[in-house]
Design a protein around this ligand. Structure first.
Ligand code: NAG
Ligand code: NAG
Length: 201
């Protein structure tokens, strides 16, 4: 293989990586708590959801997947006040189908609790903070927000990675498919890389 061909292959490789990696992390679907069941945390780990939330960086375009037996639980999005008091009567959004996807579409702090007040009181609640595109958090951490309780080994939250956002079915099965956006961008990258290759050879 000639020197030039080596260079071309290298260019191709570099361009391929350059276009693939940045777009592959555009959006994720996070399974809440990395758990197959949104439920009351074990007594040994009351801060499970706070810890999980703290250990992930959420961005606009990501989504949260709450899985639970619909006969036993639900998830409601509430105000900060309702979050703090486990008030379930006036939710912002109520999700009950057992396979609930919450799309993150704006920078904010989002509060979720179980639709079952007793479950919420047993720490089945979670808040996530989503920064704006420039990385700033909005609103600033509220003074009356309780500090998330730290509990459990930190390795727990990182035991599973986030799921890449897949080509989900209408039913929201949560199945992981291909990366839609990165597929297109990757193809563009490959075409450009191919052109470089063609010019160099
Ligand atoms: C989240 O972002 C912070 C600061 O940019 C970084 O140090 C940390 O590794 C990130 N965590 C994850 C799980 O990506
Ligand atoms: C969330 O986004 C997905 C894909 O963009 C869409 O199919 C789904 O209807 C959205 N769900 C809600 C509750 O807006």
């Amino acid at each position: 293989m000639s020197f030039l061909q080596h260079c071309s292959l290298l260019t191709l490789l570099v361009l391929f990586l350059f276009f693939q990696i940045p777009v592959a992390v555009l959006s994720f679907q996070y399974k809440v708590g990395d758990l197959d069941s949104w439920g009351v945390p074990p007594p040994s780990m009351p801060g499970l959801y706070s810890l999980w939330s703290k250990n992930h960086n959420f961005t606009i375009g990501d989504s949260l997947l709450f899985l639970y037996p619909p006969s036993q639980d639900s998830v409601i999005q509430v105000t900060e006040r309702a979050y703090n008091t486990c008030a379930t009567s006036d939710p912002i959004r109520k999700m009950t189908d057992g396979n609930s996807v919450f799309n993150i579409t704006a920078p904010d702090t989002f509060f979720f609790i179980s639709g079952n007040r007793v479950h919420c009181q047993k720490h089945q609640r979670m808040q996530i903070r989503v920064p704006s595109a420039d990385g700033k958090f909005f609103p600033p951490p509220g003074a009356d927000a309780p500090a998330p309780a730290a509990a459990g080994p930190s390795s727990y939250a990182n035991a599973f990675g986030p799921m890449p956002m897949g080509l989900r079915s209408g039913a929201g099965s949560g199945a992981v498919g291909g990366l839609g956006i990165s597929g297109v961008a990757g193809a563009v990258g490959s075409v450009i890389a191919g052109l470089f290759f063609w010019i160099l050879v």
